[in-house]
Design a protein. Structure first.
Length: 286
């Protein structure tokens, strides 16, 4: 028997956006007290009800059924079978992180890391890992003792796929980020449906914040792809076949576009999440 512990206790509001599969187009917000524990989410209003965390099948995207809902800047979309509950807390960013933590902390997932380094498949095997969520990152400890971190503001490309793992067809999250050595890597994650669906939403939020839609010329794309592949910033001139002055001009433009960032003043640069996404997409087109 587990010991239930309180994680958060705050004021907020809620509404039922979908009941028994039916969209509630006229739904309005109701003030409430939100209590989150390691076992359940409790909503205390005129009527009190409790949602076991194990019943949450997904934390989805916004569901702005009417202007009243759309006018709220931040809320969480909680799926419980055929129902969808929207909840908004006073400090919603902190509350949502607590909700992710409550559902995901300690969860065992399948992990392949690093599955890809600099665009090159590594041939890693699946192994089990344990999740921990913080305000800034998802941390994993693997059964072989390896540990790594996915920073939520350092997610470049993000995809999902279905493939057989441990004898079952499962959703696989493929998330691109940097490792402790500054390399572009992909980590592949899978597991139980309710854990992976919530983890997918958490990571996808980070990826959306870092989406890039930049118009680069062919030379600029070659520079970005070279950096993505691990070419030293000092060797870009020779590798791409352009003079140093042109490289510096390209660096200045890419810094303005937030595709790279200076590591040391005027001597070294590294790709940002946006830059890695550009490079990954460009390499996929070739």
């Amino acid at each position: 028997m587990t010991n239930e512990a309180k994680i958060a206790d705050t004021q907020g509001k809620y509404l039922h956006a979908i009941k028994n599969g039916r969209e509630m187009m006229d739904a309005g917000w109701e003030s409430c007290r939100l209590i989150l524990t390691t076992e359940r989410l409790v909503v205390m209003a005129d009527q009190q009800f409790s949602i076991p965390l194990g019943n949450i099948t997904e934390m989805g995207e916004r569901l702005d059924l009417n202007q009243t809902i759309a006018s709220v800047a931040a809320y969480s979309t909680v799926h419980i079978k055929d129902d969808v509950l929207l909840v908004a807390a006073t400090d919603h960013e902190a509350f949502e992180t607590d909700l992710y933590r409550a559902i995901l902390d300690g969860a065992i997932v399948y992990v392949k890391h690093p599955a890809v380094v600099g665009g090159v498949i590594q041939g890693q095997e699946w192994q089990r890992g344990r999740l921990k969520v913080t305000a800034d990152a998802v941390r994993l400890v693997l059964e072989d003792g390896q540990q790594f971190v996915i920073d939520r503001d350092d997610i470049g490309d993000f995809e999902t796929d279905e493939r057989p793992i441990a004898g079952e067809e499962r959703m696989v999250i493929e998330v691109e980020h940097t490792d402790e050595e500054g390399r572009s890597v992909e980590s592949h994650l899978s597991g139980q449906v309710h854990h992976i669906s919530v983890l997918r939403q958490l990571l996808e939020e980070g990826a959306r914040r870092n989406q890039a839609d930049l118009d680069l010329d062919p030379i600029e794309q070659r520079v970005v792809m070279a950096l993505y592949s691990g070419v030293s910033p000092f060797a870009i001139s020779d590798f791409v076949g352009i003079d140093v002055e042109r490289v510096e001009e390209i660096y200045d433009r890419l810094i303005e576009l937030d595709a790279i960032e200076e590591v040391r003043e005027r001597t070294e640069v590294g790709l940002t999440a946006q830059g890695r996404k550009i490079a990954g997409e460009a390499m996929g087109e070739q």
